[in-house]
Ligand binder design. Structure first.
Ligand code: KG4
Ligand code: ZN
Length: 333
């Protein structure tokens, strides 16, 4: 079954063709990073306008790369939330128009679930039950997936998402946007023990997260040094910040795995592209006898292939959206 998937929830315009959920025939991503960089973050109005320009182009490119005609498609999948409302509406309107014109079913996908399902691409053996940590610029969520379609949220962030903390720290210390990759690069040559930044564990047993105190501690430390005219060792600062984020994510994730009695763990979302997090979680998985599944980096950050994958499992359970499907910016699991 061939699915055309469309993803426009934030600042990446993406279209993919996916066969039977997990075989990706094409996955075209048009990044808007250069359009937003000088503003230090995503400007919603610019994002919507760029999606309008780029959506037809990425769809055309995805169909060409997959060597398919539109009439060979069997379903259209689209992200309908969470995300920026104007951005979501561009992909949603396009997908609805295509489903109507081609007279094929439309499936609406929750972006957070899309991130989780990215782990099913190229991992044939992966099956629920499992625990997933979905960690991106907008979300830090621990999910117990009992079966396809059966999800229980075990914890989520109470303030900044982990990726948001990377982005805000990077902006404050002049590393630009998005912050994850340059912070990771800097941290490679730094000492993660150089600064003892706070780890927020919250109440005993809580699987929720809080990263805003850590972010503020890093930014204050940097600004204090500047005011005193002292040099700041950016590699040490970023390595210590990254270490604090990774430690909290890892401890809470394995606490969730124990609580759920899970034997499989999925790490997904943009921050899952972080090499330090990937290595630490994989190492701990080995120690604790838990199978760890992490998508390829290209399927960690926003992409339409993950939306096509999630939609397939929804479609198989009979999930169909009507043409009245609307964007839901604050959609949760
Ligand atoms: O999943 P994604 O593309 O978009 C959202 O749904 O938010 O994630 C983007 C986030 C950004 O905050 C970015 O800084 C972060 O993922 N990110 C990383 C890395 N690559 C991307 N964070 C840490 N290390 C990375 N290598
Ligand atoms: Zn995302």
């Amino acid at each position: 079954m061939y699915t055309l998937a469309v993803e426009t929830s934030c600042d990446d315009t993406s279209a993919a063709v996916v066969e039977n959920g997990t075989r990706v025939l094409s996955n075209i991503i048009s990044s808007q990073v250069k359009d937003h960089r000088r503003f230090g973050g995503v400007v919603p109005e610019i994002a919507s306008r760029k999606h309008l320009e780029n959506t037809p182009l990425v769809i055309k490119a995805a169909m060409e790369e997959a060597r398919l005609e539109f009439r060979e498609l069997e379903t259209i999948a689209v992200t309908y939330g969470p995300g920026l409302v104007g951005a979501l509406l561009v992909g949603l309107s396009t997908a609805k128009a295509m489903a109507y014109a081609l007279d094929i079913p439309l499936v609406g996908v929750n972006h957070i679930l899309g991130h989780l399902y990215a782990a099913f691409i190229d991992h044939d053996g992966l099956e629920p039950p499992l625990v997933a940590l979905v960690v991106s610029g907008g979300h830090t969520t621990l999910v117990h997936m009992q079966d396809h379609g059966q999800f229980r949220v075990l914890g989520r962030t109470r303030d900044d998402a982990a990726g948001e903390a990377f982005d805000k720290v990077a902006r404050a210390i002049g590393l630009g946007y998005p912050g994850g990759p340059p912070v990771e690069n800097m941290a490679r040559s730094g000492n993660p023990q150089a600064f003892s930044f706070p780890r927020s564990w919250l109440e005993e047993g809580s699987l929720d997260f809080s990263f805003s105190g850590l972010k503020t501690a890093v930014v204050n430390n940097y600004q204090r040094s500047l005011q005193k005219g002292e040099p700041v060792h950016i590699p040490d600062l970023t390595a210590s910040f990254q270490q604090a984020v990774v430690e909290v994510l890892m401890e809470k994730t394995f606490a969730a795995v124990r609580l759920a009695g899970a034997k499989r763990l999925v790490l997904a979302g943009g921050v899952a592209a972080n090499g330090c997090l990937r290595r630490c979680i994989a190492g701990r998985g080995l120690e604790e006898g838990v199978e760890v599944y992490v998508p390829e980096p290209v399927y960690c950050t926003d992409n339409a292939a993950m939306i096509g994958c999630a939609s397939y499992y929804q479609y198989c359970r009979g999930d169909r959206a009507t043409l009245s499907l609307n964007a839901v910016p604050g959609l949760t699991l």
